[in-house]
Ligand binder design. Structure first.
Ligand code: NAD
Length: 353
């Protein structure tokens, strides 16, 4: 066994169908009397239903959460929180909604309960990406971590098939990079392998039968494990590429992750044989993991080319420059020519090499 350092983030997880009914008791356990419920405009009705469920324990709904946690939206939410004298935060939604609750917790120290309705994984990470003046900056702090996470499968049944697939691959990307992280360790690698396997077997069913609660529950279990990996160890090339592509070209977050992932795996494969063996085991089948992953995009009905989700061809050079100007640690050095080729292949939807 190689030497390793293992850091665990504290977590209280309520997992299972119907567990949302325990939200009030969880708020009381935290000593809260008046929660602010946070949603996107699209999930406003879900926020209203929670308000009715909580009765006096709910102060107000803020339904203005949006992608990339812009600080001006956080300022408006903070004013609403103070005007309503709320003393706890309840986020119900995907990574965007949970990001806003984290931004508010950072500014107020209030406790948070997260109810994820996608597979992005933010609810179990001490990470926040905030955008100000068009620049997205990421920070890590234990004060960002929600005190309680409720994984209630019923809240995911409405997530459309395409979003379920891309969000599931976003989760897988966290676990893939955890397998070859600089600070990889045996416990997180176990979670990564299990998380990838759970998503690999459940996503095809979820896409065909979005109302299949068993497959949804499996996917949520995988997403929790993969998110835990993201919260525990450092990420590498794949996350750097997606940060640049999403942040500088405003590409949709989850689809960008899904398209880039097979290419990032192929780039690192030769220098990471043991992580590749684990990944191959988790995915099942006989193909190389990057080929398997690329084929999976097609079978889940996802786009395979960055040009099909809004990437401009003239932006490829700028993306490369940005990746190289402030590169993350990666098991294989980040080099201009092979990365230029990687970006070209991802842009065109070519098979990863
Ligand atoms: P999202 O939160 O932006 O949600 C996308 C859309 O789907 C929204 O309109 C939302 O209201 C809707 N939606 C969510 N769940 C639904 C459901 N069950 N039924 C119907 N509609 C639903 O998307 P996301 O991919 O979950 O999150 C992306 C954001 O999260 C990005 O900004 C990303 O940077 C961030 N993120 C952060 C971390 C972290 O650790 N800090 C991790 C992963 C993602």
């Amino acid at each position: 066994m190689q030497p390793f350092t293992y850091n665990a983030n504290p977590a209280r997880i309520l997992f299972g169908a119907g567990r949302l009914s325990e939200l009030g008791a969880e708020l009381q356990r935290l000593g809260a009397k008046r929660a602010l419920i946070i949603t996107t405009p699209q999930q406003r009705a879900t926020g209203a239903a929670l308000m009715a469920q909580l009765g006096e324990l709910a102060g107000a709904v803020f339904d203005g959460a949006t992608m990339h946690t812009p600080t001006d939206v956080t300022a408006v939410a903070l004013a609403a929180l103070q005007a309503q004298r709320c003393d706890a935060l309840v986020a119900i939604g995907g990574g965007s909604t949970i990001g806003l609750a984290k931004a508010l917790a950072l500014r107020t120290g209030l406790p948070q309960i997260a109810i994820p309705t996608t597979y992005a994984g933010s609810e179990v990470t001490p990470i926040l990406g905030e955008t100000a003046d068009g620049v997205k900056k990421t920070q890590r702090s234990s004060s960002l971590l929600p005190q309680v996470v409720i994984y209630d499968v019923d809240q995911t049944l409405s997530l459309p098939s395409a979003m379920s697939a891309s969000s599931g691959l976003n989760a897988m990307a966290h676990a893939v990079e955890a397998l070859y992280a600089r600070d990889a360790n045996p416990i997180i690698s176990l979670m990564a392998e299990e998380g990838i396997a759970a998503l690999a077997r459940s996503l095809p069913v979820v896409v065909k039968q979005p109302g299949n609660a068993g497959a949804r529950s499996d996917a949520q279990y995988g997403a929790w494990l993969c998110g835990t990996c993201l919260g525990a160890v450092g990420m590498a090339l794949h996350h750097k590429l997606c940060h640049v592509l999403g942040g500088s070209f405003d590409l949709p977050h989850a689809e960008t992750h899904a398209i880039v992932l097979p290419h990032a795996i192929a780039y690192n494969a030769a220098v990471a044989p043991e992580p590749m063996a684990r990944l191959g085991r988790a995915l099942g089948g006989t193909k190389a993991p990057w080929t398997h992953m690329h084929a999976m995009l097609g079978s889940l009905g996802l786009p395979t080319a960055l040009r099909d989700i809004g990437m401009p061809e003239h932006g490829l050079q700028r993306a490369l420059d940005l990746v190289l100007s402030d590169s993350y640690w990666n098991p294989r050095p980040m080099e201009a020519e092979p990365l230029r080729q990687l970006l070209r292949h991802a842009y065109e939807g070519a098979a990863p090499t």
